[in-house]
Design a protein around this ligand. Structure first.
Ligand SMILES: [Zn+2]
Ligand SMILES: [Zn+2]
Length: 141
């Protein structure tokens, strides 16, 4: 939404690791991949993640206790609805936002006088690629 501010070195490193990863990473997995860059302490990763979460460049998946890079940083405000479909088979995450769903939540919140801080939907299931690779093996199920 707002102009991108310059990232610190650690923030840039963490964001790069998450952008290149094919699956959500825990803070420790991120740290593991950054040891060669001189990062040693989990706190360094957590501090960088905090900032990146705040700006919406990274999202946290509570069900997996893991982090993903935002797949479309300019598409939604960080306070808006973010939805993730998580494949149980390959762990890939598909991010999307949907203004119709967001409007429904917003209407509910107004009705209940609920002050929403953030809305994250996590959908678990099997992605198209995994479904097609499983095709034929279990036709009657
Ligand atoms: Zn996002
Ligand atoms: Zn899959």
């Amino acid at each position: 939404m707002s102009g991108r501010r310059a990232l610190t070195r650690n923030q840039a490193l963490v964001l790069e690791v998450l952008t290149r990863a094919d699956e959500p990473l825990s803070a420790y997995a991120i740290l593991d991949r950054l040891r060669d860059e001189g990062l040693r302490a989990p706190l360094q990763v957590y501090r960088a993640l905090d900032k990146l979460l705040e700006t919406g460049e990274v999202h946290r998946l509570d069900s997996l206790k893991a982090f993903v890079a935002c797949s479309h940083p300019h598409d939604h405000p960080c306070t808006g609805l973010v939805a993730f479909a998580i494949c149980e088979s390959c762990a890939r995450v598909f991010e999307f936002s949907d203004s119709a769903i967001e409007a429904r939540f917003a209407a509910w919140a107004v009705e209940k006088a609920f002050l929403t801080k953030s809305t994250t939907l996590e959908i678990s299931g099997i992605c198209a690629a995994c479904r097609s690779s499983a095709d034929g093996s279990n036709p009657s199920d």
